[in-house]
Design a protein around this ligand. Structure first.
Ligand code: HSE
Length: 402
């Protein structure tokens, strides 16, 4: 029997225990041995709950127990998760985590410690919930040079955008709904402002580049500014507004960004709705591939964590090489990215033409839109767009148009 510990008995941690209990027999067959949760680390007691007898409050109880070979970290946040995970790796235990904040901030360092101690540090559930995107990049797509990864990697905001589009719900009501369903982070700011997606695309870019991308360098815009009027315009253009996390290798530099984009019907991410996530990958040999599935929630995320446990159990005593060097990779200034822009401005058509040149005007049959001009620019650099927008004045909204 392989004894493991779970640190953090919240939404994901309790899901991990449930997945292991529910699928005990099939997991035993895949590993060739049973998996038993010996400890659960949490500040709470869980009085009367069957988990109570496994609860410990000191991480050292786990670090010092030689019987524990694998540790699951589902606490969230950088500290104390980082201290605890480091202690487990240094004690010769393999670790899997669902914690993107930890992986984005300390992934390279924790992988290096795992290598030194001949154990493994895995983090499948940190991006895309239940979708196996990390393992795909690390094992299945290693023959390729990955030239683009663009994804919908935040279930909460995708759920919110879908509900706003389908039912015309108000922002605050759909946020409440997403929180009740256990999709949102404790502090929903990370979801809404795009920081959660920013950490995820920083992790994915670090993996394809083989070195550290700091999420603080990723230009990030969230969905808070999206209004019902924008959604009506999008429908008129047969498009959907999606919060995209995108990373493209152009001219030897990675262009990375998180922002709402207007996607056409034919775009592979257009049909990704609700809490579902999808990651689109373009490799120089592979061409296009899409990974789609449940991106948030207790059991889908726990399923990815437990898949890591199975992998770790199959590799006890063997480090699996993973390239993620700690040297920081400089990514491109987002103002150098090129694209088209959908703009709503309190300006006359003539002024728009004078400043932006040839544009496509979008008729405003949106009640809130009296007195505004809506248009789609030609292809230009973000820096040029900004200069022109300032010159025009009166810009109400800008959404990138892919
Ligand atoms: N809050 C995150 C989301 C959870 O909504 O996608 C999964 O990382």
């Amino acid at each position: 029997m392989i004894k493991i510990a779970v640190m953090g008995y919240g939404t994901i941690g309790s899901g991990v225990v449930k997945v292991i209990e529910t699928n005990q027999e099939s997991i035993r067959r895949k590993v060739g041995d049973g998996i038993e949760v010996k400890y659960v680390l949490d500040l709470r007691e869980f009085e009367g709950d069957p988990i109570q007898k496994k609860i410990v409050h000191d991480y050292k109880t786990i670090a010092e127990d030689e019987e524990i070979r694998i540790v699951v970290e589902t606490m969230g946040g950088v500290e104390p998760a980082n201290t605890f995970v480091k202690a487990m790796l240094l004690a010769g235990k393999s670790v899997t985590t669902s914690n993107k904040a930890l992986v984005a901030a300390h992934g390279a360092e924790l992988i290096a410690i795992a290598e030194e101690k001949n154990v493994n540090f895995m983090f499948e559930a940190s991006v895309g919930g239940g979708i196996p995107i990390i393992r795909a990049l690390n094992s299945c797509l290693t023959a390729d040079k990955i030239e683009e990864i663009s994804g919908i990697v935040n279930g909460t905001t995708n759920y919110m955008m879908t509900r706003m589009e389908e039912d015309g719900c108000e922002f605050d009501d759909v946020l409440k709904e997403a929180q009740e369903k256990g999709y949102a982070e404790k502090d929903p700011t990370a979801d809404i402002e795009g920081y959660d997606a920013g950490r995820k695309i920083a992790i994915l870019t670090s993996l394809v580049a083989g070195q550290q991308v700091d999420f603080e360098d990723v230009h990030t815009e969230g969905i808070r500014k999206i209004t019902a009027a924008d959604i009506r315009y999008a429908k008129k253009m047969n498009r959907r507004i999606k919060l995209l996390a995108t990373s493209r290798l152009t001219g030897g530099t990675y262009h990375v960004m998180v922002a709402p984009f207007l996607l056409p019907e034919e775009h592979p991410l257009y049909t990704v709705n609700g809490v579902f996530n999808a990651v689109f990958v373009h490799g120089n040999m592979l061409g296009d591939a899409m990974f789609y599935g449940s991106g948030a929630g207790s059991l889908p995320t726990a399923s990815a964590v437990v898949a890591d446990v199975v992998e770790l159990a199959k590799h006890i005593g063997k480090h699996i090489a993973l390239e993620w060097r700690p040297e920081k990779l400089e990514i491109a200034d987002y103002r150098q990215q090129t694209g088209r822009f959908f703009v709503r401005a309190a300006a006359e058509k003539q002024a728009v033409g004078e400043v932006f040149g040839d544009v496509e005007f979008v008729a405003a049959d949106v009640p809130q839109a009296a007195g505004e001009t809506a248009f789609i620019t030609g292809e230009m650099k973000e820096a040029d767009y900004m200069e022109k927008a300032e010159k025009l004045g009166g810009v109400i909204q800008m959404i990138r148009y892919r």
